[in-house]
Design a protein around this ligand. Structure first.
Ligand SMILES: O=C(O)CCC(=O)C(=O)O
Ligand SMILES: [Fe+2]
Length: 379
């Protein structure tokens, strides 16, 4: 922990362009927001968000109950294929994850960010790894780069880990589960377990909706014991300069699929559609149970580019805070994945080992355009 004029800093370690391990100090955004009197220049985004120009749009909503009913399945599969191809992102409803499970997640996340900085730090493994785990920041690679207006916490939720007394390092994210609130891990793990069934079903539905040869074309890569799930809890405090700062810089997710739960402020997540940023608007939902699914890079590869990972960013708000829980679902790190090519078509992507793809993604991020995927692109 370090302080300067009463502020605390995250220490982010990164490998610089010369291959040297460096550490930089990042202000804790939540504390800056609380003081309201200081907007450091490091938070001026390289392309400030176009607040007025971006249109609000409702993304497609896929009804999981309709996918499960014989009489409506066909039509809903068509809608699913269209949403996944045209948008790379869609909301799901009637997914079966109970509202109480989602409410518990919201409560523990708010509880964690409600702790003092000292309490957060004391209760979470520190952010030393270059693999973006723990309580800290994403994509920090230099002293000079613009910083996101975000505090976040990343944990590995699967495969399940047996922790031993000697296993106390945090390099692989195993010891970064917060001890407070007391039920934090339990609430998130319950959510992960329940929503995993939904994602497995969707992997089958996506394969069928794209008329692939067999329903398990995607799901077969997600071996139940070894597939990896990382959960990133994002907190975007109110920001004095939403015209200058960005909550989360533009990126695609390296994942197979990402499942996102948002709460607090709305209309913050933006996707690049064509050449224009579009702000996603959640339709009215009295129970607040809608979840967002987005296509990640690994799914783009597996689908041979029929599905494209979504390029997205998050805006900040002047007077409202926002939380999101992003759940990244990946095949086992050491497995290799490749494109499913139908009807004598051409492979547009090569086979890649999942952990090689992900480590290259972290090595080159942040990027100003969708560059990481070039690692797997052919031609
Ligand atoms: O907060 C959001 O809506 C998006 C978060 C996100 O894109 C991420 O964590 O990768
Ligand atoms: Fe993302």
């Amino acid at each position: 922990m370090s302080t300067n004029e009463g502020y605390h800093f995250h220490e982010a370690t990164f490998v610089d362009q010369n291959g040297e391990l460096k550490t930089t100090k990042i202000p804790v955004v939540q504390e800056l927001a609380a003081r309201q009197d200081h907007f450091p220049k490091r938070f001026i985004a390289s392309s400030p968000p176009l607040i007025i120009a971006a249109a609000n749009t409702l993304p497609p909503v896929i009804d999981i109950a309709k996918l499960q009913s014989d009489c409506s399945r066909k039509a809903e599969l068509r809608r699913l294929a269209e949403a996944a191809k045209e948008w790379g992102v869609f909301l799901i409803k009637n997914h079966g994850v109970e509202a109480v499970v989602l409410d518990d997640v919201k409560e523990v996340v708010k509880g964690f960010f409600g702790l003092s900085y000292e309490d957060k730090k004391a209760n979470v493994g520190s952010f030393k790894s270059v693999d973006d785990m723990g309580y800290g920041k994403n994509f920090v690679k230099s002293e000079e780069q613009p910083l996101d207006w975000i505090d976040r916490l990343t944990m590995k939720a699967a495969p399940p880990v047996v922790t031993t007394c000697t296993n106390t390092n945090n390099i692989d994210g195993l010891s970064v589960w917060p001890q407070k609130p007391g039920n934090f891990r339990q609430a998130i793990e319950k959510y992960v377990e329940e929503s995993r069934k939904v994602l497995d079903g969707l992997l089958q539905d996506l394969a069928e909706s794209l008329s692939l040869d067999h329903q398990n074309a995607f799901l077969q890569h997600f071996e139940p014991e070894q597939s990896e799930i990382k959960v990133r809890v994002n907190y975007y405090p109110p920001c004095p300069r939403p015209d200058l700062a960005i909550g989360l810089m533009p990126h695609s997710d390296a994942s197979g699929l990402t499942l996102l739960l948002e709460f607090g402020a709305t209309r913050a997540l933006q996707v690049l559609k064509g050449s224009a940023w579009t702000t996603l608007e959640w339709p009215n939902d009295n129970n607040n149970t809608l979840l967002l699914v987005n296509i990640g890079d690994l799914m783009e590869i597996m689908s041979n580019g029929v599905l494209k990972s979504m390029w997205h960013q998050v805006r900040t708000k002047l007077d409202a805070e926002r939380f999101s829980v992003a759940y990244f679902y990946n095949p086992p790190p050491q497995s290799s994945i490749g494109p499913v090519v139908v009807g004598g078509g051409t492979s547009m992507y090569k086979r890649v080992v999942v952990e090689d793809y992900v480590s290259n993604y972290y090595k080159i991020s942040p990027t100003t355009s969708k560059e990481a995927i070039m690692y797997a692109r052919l031609g």
